[in-house]
Design a protein around this ligand. Structure first.
Ligand SMILES: NC(=O)c1ccc[n+]([C@@H]2O[C@H](COP(=O)([O-])OP(=O)(O)OC[C@H]3O[C@@H](n4cnc5c(N)ncnc54)[C@H](OP(=O)(O)O)[C@@H]3O)[C@@H](O)[C@H]2O)c1
Length: 337
């Protein structure tokens, strides 16, 4: 690879603080904390701030960046901006980076612009590669289960992406446990490098504990859990009300003021006392807590500021929980988490 002179020089000690976990029973390691570009990296966001978050993350050992065709406002702009940042600052480090993208949600008009058909999955990947200015992505995901398309077709499309050399590994996201079991079997038959499942998992949303984590564990598949901070609610930022610069105040589609309930704020205040005993912020403890499962290889965070990336990576300073701490946390969260 031709090496270029770039203005950003990564920190030499960037691999010292981060912990890297095997993704299931595969040879691929992922950083315990990965950065996602769902929000704050689109055309309506500050490009300089986005670039700083990416380079700061890389300096802290975050090698894994998670995208999807529809990330950013407008859809696709997060991939374009990430491609530009890669080209401007990180092009010498492509082999140190694990870049993921996905397809599944509404991306273009007509019958071929969403869900899980072969037609959509493979043309969307071509579009993503163009926006990212890459020859291949490291992990290509089916973003959601499509009950109308035969599972074999979606699985077959992901397998083709690997055989075309456009993806090194594949994954699924938001697939229910029973479907995931079938997917594991189908990929095994095809010998596709299926390595990852992305479920939504946090102290406030624990469904993955019911069955999915067991299915993944048995199948040797790793979990990269998204929204470990429940989009920011698992921090103290909403305790005094809704700050102007918060995601809830910005009014994006995925979270609204109704979700900032009295019950959740009370839970955060109680969690704060346990976090303080552990020398952590609530956000740091919430991230560490998701990583306590063997099957969870990485917590996939989002950030709107560089300081949040730094604080969140600080979760790694204390990843172990005593039995008493876990029980106290369960008592606070209650049965519904
Ligand atoms: N596969 C899927 O279907 C799917 C779905 C959603 C997300 N994801 C992936 O998961 C990634 C993370 O999602 P997410 O950003 O929604 O989840 P998140 O990590 O739970 O929330 C991130 C948001 O929380 C706030 N925050 C972060 N660190 C903080 C801290 N230390 N203190 C206070 N607030 C903090 C920031 O919001 P403010 O703007 O309020 O500062 C930040 O944008 C996405 O980028 C994407 O890659 C995947």
């Amino acid at each position: 690879m031709e090496r270029r002179t770039l203005s950003y020089i990564p920190k030499e000690n960037r691999y010292e603080q981060m912990r890297y976990n095997y993704l299931g029973k595969n040879g691929l390691k992922v950083p315990a904390i990965s950065l996602g570009l769902y929000r704050n990296f689109g055309d309506t966001d500050d490009f300089a701030a986005a670039k700083k978050m990416i380079t700061t993350a890389f300096d802290l050992g975050i090698t894994h960046f998670d995208l999807a065709n529809n990330y950013g406002e407008p859809s696709g702009s997060a991939e374009i901006n990430f491609g530009r940042i890669l080209n401007e600052e990180l092009s010498n480090y492509r082999d140190e980076l694990l870049i993921a993208t996905k397809a599944g949600y509404d991306m273009w008009p007509g019958p071929y612009g969403e869900w899980g058909s072969r037609k959509y999955m493979l043309s969307s990947l071509d579009q993503s590669l163009k926006r990212l200015k890459l020859d291949y992505v490291d992990i290509y995901y089916s973003h959601r289960y499509d009950p109308q398309t035969p599972l074999e077709e979606t699985v077959g499309a992901l397998d083709t992406a690997v055989r075309q050399g456009k993806a090194l590994y594949v994954g699924v996201s938001n697939y229910p446990a029973d479907v995931t079991r079938k997917v594991i079997k189908l990929f095994k038959e095809l010998k596709t490098p299926f390595v990852s499942h992305q479920p939504n998992y946090s102290m406030f949303l624990r469904d993955a504990e019911n069955e999915l984590f067991n299915v993944l564990d048995e199948g040797g598949i790793g979990a990269i859990v998204f929204q470990p901070l429940y989009q920011g609610l698992l921090s103290t930022k909403y305790v005094q009300g809704i700050p102007n610069d918060s995601r809830v105040a910005k009014g994006v589609d995925s979270i609204s003021a109704e979700q900032v309930t009295k019950e959740r704020i009370e839970k955060v205040q109680k969690l704060k006392a346990i976090a303080a005993e552990r020398n952590q912020s609530v956000a740091q403890m919430a991230i560490a807590w998701t990583l306590r499962h063997q099957v969870v290889a990485s917590a996939l965070i989002g950030a709107s500021k560089t300081e949040q990336v730094i604080e969140n990576v600080g979760a790694l300073d204390n990843l172990s929980f005593t039995f008493e701490e876990l029980q106290a946390i369960d008592n606070i969260l209650g049965t519904f988490g």
